[in-house]
Ligand binder design. Structure first.
Ligand code: SDX
Length: 431
């Protein structure tokens, strides 16, 4: 941590307190309140953490006003067009783009860990066929801590490294197995001759009855979707992983917690909710009705895939995703996809509406992703598992950064208590 750049003064009840301030390499200054309660006897109050920095980090920077997303300084649009997912994984994990030799070694290590313990296959059969694949992923990933005991000691850097590689390598296998189980088809083992994205498509769509050739267009689009979802600063699921990890829990349990949090429709579940919303709207002429519903405070309906806690401009990932949607659907010969037309018209109308302009609501990463994923053959129930698969490297990178910080403390927020003050027990006959 840098030395305090300046101080902030907090004054109340005739007393003043000097709080150190730190300046980042990019973004807003922070006021250090770690000693506030001990010195001033007061808490800060910030439900939803709209103004709170929970940690310092060097991994990802977001400028919400400008619509900028950097991973270790590299802009997301450059990574999406010039890099590939495992190279971005290396960048997020180790801080620099790899040399050719480093990349080859990393890819080999990941490839060699893509199979899961054979006994874990039994876990899938314990679920109902119609279980949501996210339920299966939460269960199976959590159960990894029951199989990989040699990489659960978070104080051993080597075990942290092995757990990181295992999770990045096995998530596509687990997600594909959850999908295959849900449709009653046999599991496919990973193949070491395929790259990460192609391997995932193979595990999802190959069947024993015929040869499956991975379409390179789909494989490239899949890899780009993985890149766009890899990490995103201290979002809800990453914060969940950090908080769970702060107690010293093993990495598999903590990543399972992150998957659970991501499932919510306000977070990673929005990609499924968004496509379901576009299908419900169905045609361009019904858009105004839904725009009005989204603006109606008495209607819980929100435009899924729109708005963001941090971005008050276009989500740069949405821009890349929109371009990719045009390319993939055109190459697949489904460029007149009605859902894409509805999405584009919905975006156009919403961005002209003062409600959305005033509240700075723009399409986010979830707005176009579902259209591509559906065109690739995935059911909506697989959209969030794919988000979870992609974000695992972000969760793991943030986890490693926190666990490796000697200043790490267990996370334990306080509260503004508005309940009853102390009162004596009343026997039931006297109530
Ligand atoms: C992700 O944090 C991350 O980085 C997340 C993520 C990542 O990569 O990890 O980027 C991934 O989760 C993207 C967001 C996906 N969720 C959705 O698309 C669901 C729809 N969006 C909203 O639920 C909402 O925009 C949130 C949850 C994304 C952000 O909510 P905030 O920051 O808490 O904002 P808010 O709910 O306080 O909304 C501010 C105002 C409110 O109106 P007022 O009470 O001020 O009158 O904007 C309105 C909201 O009602 N609003 C919307 C809206 N989103 C916000 N109105 C209609 N439609 C919407 N989508």
């Amino acid at each position: 941590m840098t030395d305090p750049a300046k101080t902030a003064t907090l004054s109340f009840d005739g007393k003043s307190f000097e709080l150190p301030m730190y300046s980042p390499t990019a973004g807003p200054d922070v006021v250090d309140i770690r000693k506030l309660y001990a010195d001033a006897g007061v808490f800060t109050y910030d439900p939803g953490f709209t103004s709170t920095a929970s940690c310092d980090s060097t991994i990802t920077y977001i400028d919400g006003g400008e619509g900028v997303l950097l991973h270790r300084g590299y802009p997301i649009d450059q990574l999406a067009s010039k890099s590939h997912y495992l190279e971005v994984c290396y960048l997020l994990l180790y801080g620099e783009l790899p040399t050719a030799a480093q990349l080859e070694d990393f890819e080999t290590r990941v490839t060699r860990h893509t199979m899961i313990h054979e006994q874990m296959h039994n876990f899938f059969r314990g679920f109902r066929r119609d279980a949501h694949p996210m339920a299966t992923m939460v269960g199976v990933v959590g159960a990894m801590s029951a199989f990989y005991h040699d990489s659960t000691d978070i104080n051993d850097p080597w075990q942290r490294e092995v757990a990181s590689i295992r999770l990045i390598a096995k998530m596509p296998t687990i997600a594909a197995m959850a999908y295959k189980y849900s449709i009653g088809q046999p599991f496919n083992y990973p193949r070491n001759d395929l790259d990460y994205a192609a391997n995932f498509l193979h595990m999802c769509f190959a069947v024993p009855a015929e040869k499956y050739e991975v379409n390179p267009i789909l494989s490239r689009a899949m890899d780009r979707i993985f890149i766009l979802h890899a990490d995103h600063e201290q979002n809800a699921s990453t914060s969940t992983v950090r908080l769970a990890s702060s107690s010293g829990a093993n990495p598999f349990a903590c990543i399972a917690a992150g998957i659970a949090c991501l499932w919510g429709p306000a977070h990673g579940g929005a990609n499924q909710a968004c496509l379901e919303m576009l299908k419900e709207i169905g045609s361009v002429d019904r858009i105004p009705e839904y725009i009005e519903r989204a603006k109606d405070k008495n209607d819980p309906f929100r435009l899924m895939g729109f708005g963001h806690r941090v971005y008050k401009n276009f989500d740069p990932r949405a821009k890349v995703m929109k371009q990719s949607a045009d390319e993939v659907l055109d190459l697949l010969g489904v460029d007149n996809n009605p859902l894409l037309q509805v999405a584009k018209e919905l975006e156009r109308i919403a961005l002209q509406d003062e409600y959305f302009a005033d509240k700075k609501l723009f399409p986010n990463v979830d707005f176009y992703s579902g259209i591509i994923l559906e065109a690739m053959g995935f059911p909506t129930s697989m959209f969030t598992p794919i988000f979870a698969l992609s974000r695992t490297v972000g969760w793991i990178s943030q986890w490693k950064e926190m666990i490796g910080d000697p200043q790490m403390k267990i996370g334990r927020p306080r509260q503004l208590y508005l309940g009853e003050t102390q009162r004596d027990y009343v026997n039931v006959e006297d109530r």
